[in-house]
Ligand binder design. Sequence first.
Ligand code: ZN
Length: 703
Amino acid sequence: MCDIFSMQLILLIFMNKENNITFDMKGRLLLTIATVGLLSGCSKASSVMNDEIKDYKVEKFADLQILRYNVPGFAELPIQQKKLVYYLTQAALSGRDILFDQNGKYNLRIRRALEAIYTNPNEDKGSENFKALELYLKRVWFSSGIHHHYGMDKFLPTFTEVYFKEALGRVETKLPLAKGQTVDEFYNELRPVMFDPTVMPKRVNQAHGDDLVLTSAANYYSGVTEKEAEDFYNKMRDPNDKAPISYGMNSRLVKENGAIVEKVWKIGGLYSEALTPVVYWLNQAATVTENETQKAVIEKLITFYETGNLRDFNAYCIQWVKDLDSNVDFVNGFTESYGDPLGMKASWESLVNFKDMEATKRTDIISSNAQWFEDHSPADDRFKKKNVKGVSAKVITAAILAGDLYPATAIGINLPNANWIRSEYGSKSVTIGNITDAYNKAAHGNGLNEEFVYSPVELELIDKYADYTDELHTDLHECLGHASGIVMPGAEDALKAYGSTIEEARADLFGLYYLGDHKLVELGLLPNDDAYKAAYYTYLMNGLMTQLNRIELGNIVEEAHMRNRQLIAKWVYEKGLKDNVVELRKKDGKTYVVVNDYKKLRTWFGDLLAEIQRIRSLGDYEGAKNIVETYAVNIDQDLHKEVLKRFEALNLAPYKGFVNPVYTAHKNSNGEIVDVTVSYTEGYAEQMMRYSNDYSFLPSINN
Ligand code: ZN
């Protein structure tokens, strides 16, 4: 029911983390923190965190904020698993250049030329041109190319062409010149690509009516039109194939001497120079696997990289889905196809992770009490499940992000992409707890709460509990909310376009209602009977005000999760008006949410839950339409204007990305790894330059 598991949407959503929205996909606060805090009776869960990271914010430039993330639990892994993680992180980093080349055929040349100038000790580091070059290079690193990682538009350098030409001349021997190419020729080749806004303006063009292949700068096709590409692959597809393969996923399609051919990414094919070290490290990893299933996963991936045969890729995916018991897991390969305007070619990425046992323990507590929650829900008894099974959410800890998951990353993984494998063999869906935790930590002190929270009383509540209660709310939403209740025969699809808003409202309300229940304190999930207030306050503040920041003035609320949050917030606000349960109070010309009676507010959440459950169970379309259209869609224009203005003044970076931790393998005199340690001090440019020095495997021109 949680339709936002798609990576694209997750990324989209996380651009707006400042909004403090509770998302389905929110990772979980590490239970290490929560449990220690709760068991010791400590009211401030976050204060007991054993945390090596002092500041999660690394730096900010352009529209980007660079953060770092913690890898809790790594030090406690058995040495064999540490080695496994280490080898897999090496495999992850070894593929870095592939994405640069996939994103545009000049990207590696541009990056290396910029890096040569950037590291030239004789450059005047204080000059405006040098600073502009540094900024541009940081953006190129972030986007793995010259186009915005999210918007897809080319961003332009702010240093002069003359400066660039002269600076290139000063590093001639370090430039990635083609054979026999002069610096002038090199400059003339790159100049329009970098400086001319009409050349390669978009990495992925989706504009209806254009030839999407010819007008996209991504390096997945060369010399072929959209129609030629479509025809080429349509001929291959066999509608009767019981195990269909993702044609074109791992190749560049090119026209050579009038013929259209695929250049397959594999050992011995295109990208061989990077895939060879990837496979080397995968082979190392195969020597320290936890079990035979995991070993088979790695072996099947290696086979695929060696053959480039997509049947081998299917075999790998099926094996990967079967590996549920291993603690360490990974994604490594050609995975998502958002970078191809035709949605076939897959960009390279990697993520290495291990299970977050503590967070999973918490969701286990919730799930194992699912029947109690179902029985005590305010919904009509007719609509309750007699036998409810809670879902145990899987939470992982990321150890490294790479390729198309770096520096900007998803907060959840749901793979494989092939539908037939998903339905026949299943899929793995996980949330990345430590990444969400880092977003939360970094959001502290960004000024958002100071701007929108009414008084120091609420601020203190939020500081103490909100990160944690937000996570808990997400757990309740996922593990219980969606799993609760029954739908009467024939009512399944009756709500049509209103269905997802109602379903999300149901799950959110289930979570909100129980957050205020003493049962959670009894179960050890909340430290006291005040903590839930932080979640109630932030939920209303978001639903009534701050989420409006994501909508353009004059537009209505359209996205289902946003609709659900406004529905709930506005409904309880209006119901509570006469008793003054929730107010929108003006102070110094600004609007604030004030909650006067949290206990009463909880009963309103309960009443609304009963009504929403009724609508869902009976498939009451008119009821759904009425409540959604009344509360969830329209926006007060004056309030909207005010919210946008206040956000603008906060000057928050809309996009975020991460530097990775650094893993160091410690060897004994025999050269065996005896320990792997992790550190969190590397800077952004420092890391990018280290990667460029240590993992620069592809030639600058890959034909
Ligand atoms: Zn949901």
